[in-house]
Design a protein around this ligand. Structure first.
Ligand code: SF4
Length: 310
């Protein structure tokens, strides 16, 4: 059998596996309630569309794998914490607010020195960029903002004034806890959002569309129902023949680069801050002091670039 045929067989096997394991049955998702995990979505109109039309989005094996990974890690960490003496209880505790038609599940309750608090575990790659809950709120990832509302609902359901995120990084296997104090204004926003959704569903109306967001709106499954037209972006065409290859290569090595930068940062903190030559196993490390010149940065402008793959 030639290599090409072998590769074909491997691809077919993977396709069958994905189809059986992740893609069947391909049922449309028809939410009858508001869910704590999505109520903080930046776009209220999206939530009304979702309740009205359900989600027809095709299941994606890659996304399903990520969700499954989260569930596995969550169970594993819950058991691990118990093994190491942490007091944990009520895995997957229910969150139910029937008057708001809002429900969901919290990950678990954990006893800290100040008392019991709900914990939400979130898997975040390269989690260094999330240093506080504010980073979730300011994030360009629509899911990050949802997390804060979800934990807030869990705190209200458990009558707890403090909750915590357990952030697990699947790249470094590092984890940290980020505390969240109950913010009653945020909870009021949850309450108002639930009520607004129900009002719009009954009246057959829609909340205003959010300001056009290039990533969220372009990838929104309700784009054609929501917008009559897409704001035009004027593209300049770049014709450098090597540009695309360079951009592809950049994507390929991006993960390694981020990992490299992280290690560089960690090494900087661990290596002695003095001149000299040192050995670490087979590595020789030389430190030489370099005098930094002071100079004033002249005022001016520059182009900040963002490169995305469509
Ligand atoms: S297209 Fe944009 S504004 Fe419209 S529902 Fe989707 S995310 Fe919201």
């Amino acid at each position: 059998m030639n290599t090409e045929r072998m590769l074909e067989i491997i691809a077919e096997t993977k396709e069958q596996y994905d189809y059986k394991r992740f893609l069947q049955p391909d049922r449309p998702f028809m939410p009858r309630k508001n869910y704590c995990s999505s109520i903080g979505d930046p776009c209220l109109r999206f939530l009304v569309f979702q309740r009205r039309y359900g989600s027809q989005a095709k299941k994606d094996a890659g996304l399903q794998r990520i969700l499954d990974r989260g569930t596995l890690l969550e169970r594993h960490l819950y058991n691990e914490l118990g093994t190491f003496g942490a007091e944990v209880a009520e895995p997957q505790f229910p969150i139910d607010f029937p008057d708001l038609n809002l429900s969901g599940k919290g990950d678990w309750m954990q006893k800290f020195s100040f008392g019991w608090a709900p914990v939400e575990m979130k898997v975040v790659s390269y989690s260094d960029r999330i240093k506080s809950v504010k980073d979730f709120m300011d994030s360009d990832q629509r899911y990050h903002r949802r997390y804060v509302y979800q934990l807030t609902a869990a705190m209200v359901a458990q009558d707890a004034s403090v909750g915590a995120f357990l952030i697990f990084d699947p790249v470094s296997f590092d984890w940290k806890l980020l505390p969240l104090e109950l913010d009653w204004d945020l909870w009021e926003e949850v309450v108002n959002r639930c009520r607004e959704i129900e009002t719009h569903l009954k009246a057959g109306s829609l909340p205003p569309a959010m300001e056009w967001h290039e990533t969220w709106c372009m990838n929104c499954e309700y784009l054609d129902r929501c917008r009559e037209s897409i704001p035009e972006v004027e593209y300049g065409l770049l014709t450098d023949p090597e540009l695309q290859d360079l951009l592809e290569r950049r994507e390929d090595i991006r993960a390694s680069y981020l990992e490299y930068s992280k290690i560089e940062k960690s090494l900087k903190a661990r290596l002695p801050d003095c001149e000299g030559t040192f050995r670490a196993g087979p590595f020789e490390i030389t430190g030489k002091r370099v005098e930094r010149q002071s100079y004033a940065v002249e005022a001016g402008s520059y182009i900040r670039r963002e490169i995305r793959r469509w």
